[in-house]
Design a binder for this molecule. Structure first.
Ligand SMILES: C[S@@+](CC[C@H](N)C(=O)[O-])C[C@H]1O[C@@H](n2cnc3c(N)ncnc32)[C@H](O)[C@@H]1O
Length: 311
C-alpha cells in the first residue's frame, strides 16, 4: 500500500510500449534501448522489476511479456493501456496525484499545479490528448449502451439535447432505438468534430445535429437535456452554472451519475478537476437553485442512475 515504485514502473513500461513490443518478440535491454531511446542499464533495472511482478519473463532470447503482462497491451480490451500511458489524458492526469496534499489542503484540483493549467484547457491545446480522452469515454460506454437504451423510456422526448455528449455513440444508440426522436449533441470544438464523424456512421439523417460550444453558454432548446457523467467533473459552483444552462434550454434535465460509492473515484475527480461524485440529496439541492424538482430516479446500469428533474 505504501510503495510508488510498482505503480510508476507499470506506467513507464506502458508508456514505452514494452508490453506490446515484448509480446511480439523477446529482446534484451541492450537491443531495446536504442530502439526506445532509453538508457540500457536503467531499462535493465526496469525489466528486472517487471520480471519480479510477473509482467515479463526472461528467456534465452531476452525478455518476453507473460500472459499476465499481456493485460497491459493496447488491444487487451480493458482500457488499462490508455489509463496508464503517461501520454494519454488519463495517465498524464493521474501523475498529478503527487500533489494530492495540495488538493486536500485547498479543495482545488492538483492538475494545474503540475501542468500550469486545467485539464480541459490542456485538452484544447493538445489534440492528441483530447483524442485519447474521447476514445476512453467511448470505450467505457460500449458495455453500457444496451442497458442505457433499454432501462429508460427515452421515446417520451421529441428532442434530446446531449450536453457534453462526447463522440455521441450513446446518443446514436438512443436515436436508433427510438425512430421518432431527434438528438442534438453539444461539446467542445474538437470533440464535436469527432462526434459529427461518428454520428455520420449511424445514418440518422437530419434527426441528429451537433453544435460545437460550451455548456457554460446558452444551450440549444429541446424537450430534455442529458448530462451523462458531466457534473462529477466540476465543483459546486460550475455544476450549478451547467445545470442553470440546461434548465434555461429544456423543461426536463436528466442527470446520469454513479451517486457515489467509489472512494477512489472521488479522489480522482478531486485531483483532476476539483470535482466529486455526488449523492441524491446533493443533486436535489443544486437543482433546486434553478427551480428543478426531482421527479424520479431510474437505475440505468449497475453503476449509473438517472435522475429526472422537471422545471
Ligand atoms: C466525462 S466526459 C463525458 C462524455 C459523455 N457524456 C459520456 O458519458 O461518454 C465529459 C464531456 O464534457 C465535455 N466538456 C468539457 N468541458 C465542456 C464545456 N465547457 N462545454 C461543453 N462540453 C464540455 C468534454 O469534452 C467531454 O466530452
Amino acid at each position: 500500500m505504501s510503495g510508488l515504485v510498482t505503480p510508476m514502473a507499470l506506467r513507464v513500461a506502458v508508456t514505452l510500449g514494452l508490453p506490446d513490443r515484448l509480446r511480439e518478440e523477446p529482446a534484451t535491454a541492450r537491443e531495446l534501448a536504442p530502439e526506445l531511446g532509453v538508457d540500457p542499464l536503467a531499462l535493465d533495472l526496469l525489466l528486472a522489476h517487471l520480471t519480479t511482478l510477473g509482467v515479463t519473463e526472461r528467456t534465452d532470447a531476452g525478455h518476453r511479456t507473460t500472459p499476465f503482462g499481456a493485460h497491459l497491451c493496447v488491444n487487451a480490451d480493458n482500457n488499462l493501456n490508455n489509463a496508464l500511458d503517461q501520454n494519454s489524458a488519463a495517465g498524464r492526469a493521474d501523475l498529478a496525484f503527487v500533489d494530492l496534499l495540495h488538493s486536500v489542503r485547498t479543495g482545488e484540483p492538483a492538475y494545474p499545479v503540475r501542468y500550469g493549467q486545467g485539464f480541459w484547457e490542456d485538452l484544447t491545446e493538445q489534440p492528441r490528448l483530447r483524442a485519447t480522452f474521447d476514445a476512453q469515454m467511448t470505450d467505457r460506454q460500449r458495455d453500457w449502451v444496451p442497458q442505457v437504451v433499454r432501462n429508460y423510456d427515452w421515446a417520451r422526448f421529441g428532442t434530446l439535447v446531449d450536453v457534453g455528449g462526447g463522440h455521441g455513440s450513446l446518443l446514436a444508440a438512443i436515436l436508433k432505438a427510438n425512430p421518432g426522436m431527434r438528438g442534438h449533441l453539444v461539446d467542445l470544438e474538437e470533440t464535436a468534430a469527432g462526434a459529427r464523424a461518428v454520428l455520420a456512421l449511424y445514418e440518422l439523417g437530419d434527426r441528429v445535429e451537433v453544435t460545437a460550444g460550451s455548456f457554460f453558454d446558452p444551450l440549444p432548446a429541446g424537450d430534455a437535456c442529458l448530462l451523462f457523467d458531466v457534473l462529477h467533473d466540476w465543483d459546486d459552483q460550475d455544476a450549478l452554472r451547467i445545470l442553470g444552462r440546461c434548465a434555461d434550454a429544456c423543461d426536463r434535465v436528466l442527470v446520469v451519475e454513479s451517486l457515489g460509492g467509489s472512494t477512489e473515484f472521488d479522489l480522482v475527480m478531486l485531483v483532476h478537476f476539483g470535482g466529486r461524485d455526488r449523492g441524491l440529496h446533493d443533486f436535489e439541492r443544486l437543482a433546486s437553485v434553478h427551480g428543478l424538482r426531482l421527479e424520479s430516479v431510474h437505475r440505468l446500469t449497475d453503476g449509473r442512475s438517472l435522475l429526472e428533474f422537471t422545471r
